[in-house]
Structures are given as structure tokens and as C-alpha cells.
Design a protein around this ligand. Structure first.
Ligand SMILES: [Zn+2]
Length: 232
């Protein structure tokens, strides 16, 4: 464990004898709430916009990370980030950028949306910290699988998805090189599609507080695991 010196700020007193843990605790995560009020993303089977699912899950991940001493900078929680690269710009200084989304399928497949379920993770080969992006995405995917969730896989399919090649097939991680929040980030960056909310059954699961909690604990666990390693 590294010892860090606590900087002295004017007007701030830190009591002697106070112990603080510095390991993952010194790390900061930018947690991005996907989409914004004017364009709230996918419309779920019940009509609820994706932004609401993203906000609920991101808030839960934030709480879970903070419980473990990780700093969190929430991005876009007020629904006012219309320009994608402003999200990564305002994340500067963080150790990891995690964008929270919920998934759909191609429009012509919407009548069959019940066939599609599960999570997906995306990273970009244009991100300057590719190794760390992959390690974090794999760690999140592995924790989600450990919590009983399954990767959706269909994004890699040339017909059903968009032929996004796997970076880590077992853990549901794909390359999506032009993904703005991964390409424009100065730090490692991962985008999570937590579940397919155009699927009515999956949407119901995603709305359950206990399920959201399990996802949040898994995501935070994967983030903490990869931040504890020093990767480029
Ligand atoms: Zn989205």
C-alpha cells in the first residue's frame, strides 16, 4: 500500500491520529450517465427512456464505489450533456471512464426483441490506454458473470448485430473503435450496456432494485479490481 501525503488546504484542518487508507482509495472514476434529456436514448418496452435506467444504475454504482473509498465524478446526471466529447473532457484527471447504458436491437428486429438479452461491454482501439480499458472491461464482465448475468453476444453477429469483433468473448467485451466516449477519453474507457430494455422481460428485471443492486456491486467490483493493478 502506498502512503500519500495529505495536502494542506487553507481553512481545512485534518486531525492528527486520523488514519486513511490509500490504495484504490486514491483512484477516481468518471461515471457517465448515457444520453441526455432531449435525446434520452432507447425507449424501453414499457415506454421509459433509457436515460432513467442509466441514471438509476450509475447512482447505485457511485454509491457502491464510494462505500469502498473510490472517488466518483458523475458526468451527465442532470441530463444536460448534448456533446459527447464534453463528457470525456470533463472527466480529465480521472483514472477510468465508465459509461452506463442500456441496450436495444436494430429497428427491424424490435418485433423479436424478446430474443435478445444480456450485457455487453465496449472499448476502442483508439483509446490511449487500450490495455487498461480491456482489463477493466474484462474485470467488469467477469464480475457480472459471477453474479449470474450473461453476455448478450449479438453485437458481434454480422446479421443480428453490427459485427463488433470480440476483444474478450468470454466476458462479453467488444471492440467499437469509433465509440466517441472511448476514442476521445484521455484515460482508459469502457462502455457498459447493462441489459436489453426493449425486451419486456429483461426490462422488468432491470427495474427490480435487487437486480440493479447486483449489477452495481458487480460493476464496482470489476472497477476496483482493475484500478488496483497498475496498467497502461
Ligand atoms: Zn445508450
Amino acid at each position: 500500500m502506498k502512503q500519500a501525503r495529505i495536502p494542506a488546504f487553507a481553512g481545512m484542518t485534518i486531525g492528527f491520529g486520523m488514519t486513511m487508507a490509500f490504495s484504490a482509495a486514491a483512484k477516481e472514476v468518471a461515471l457517465d450517465v448515457g444520453h441526455y434529456a432531449a435525446e434520452p436514448g432507447v425507449i424501453a418496452a414499457s415506454g421509459v427512456p433509457e436515460f432513467e435506467f442509466n441514471l438509476a444504475l450509475a447512482s447505485e454504482v457511485k454509491a457502491e464505489l464510494e462505500t469502498h473509498g473510490v472517488k466518483v465524478r458523475l458526468i451527465g446526471e442532470r441530463g444536460d450533456y448534448a456533446v459527447l466529447h464534453h463528457r470525456t473532457r470533463d472527466a480529465r484527471g480521472a483514472d477510468l471512464f465508465v459509461s452506463i447504458h442500456h441496450d436495444s436491437v436494430q429497428e427491424h428486429l424490435l418485433p423479436q426483441a424478446g430474443r435478445f438479452a444480456g450485457f455487453s461491454l465496449f472499448i476502442s482501439r483508439h483509446n490511449p490506454k487500450l490495455g487498461k480499458s480491456l482489463a477493466c472491461a474484462s474485470a467488469i464482465g467477469a464480475k457480472l458473470r459471477g453474479a449470474g448475468f450473461t453476455p448478450s453476444r449479438y453485437h458481434a453477429d454480422p446479421v443480428l448485430g453490427e459485427s463488433r469483433p470480440f476483444a474478450d468473448e468470454a466476458n462479453g467485451v467488444h471492440y467499437y473503435d469509433n465509440l466517441a466516449v472511448a476514442r476521445t477519453a484521455a484515460m482508459a474507457s469502457v462502455l457498459l450496456e447493462a441489459g436489453v430494455v426493449v425486451n419486456r422481460e429483461e426490462e422488468q428485471r432491470m427495474r427490480e432494485p435487487a437486480v440493479r443492486r447486483r449489477i452495481a456491486v458487480a460493476v464496482a467490483g470489476g472497477v476496483r479490481e482493475c484500478l488496483a493493478k497498475e496498467l497502461q
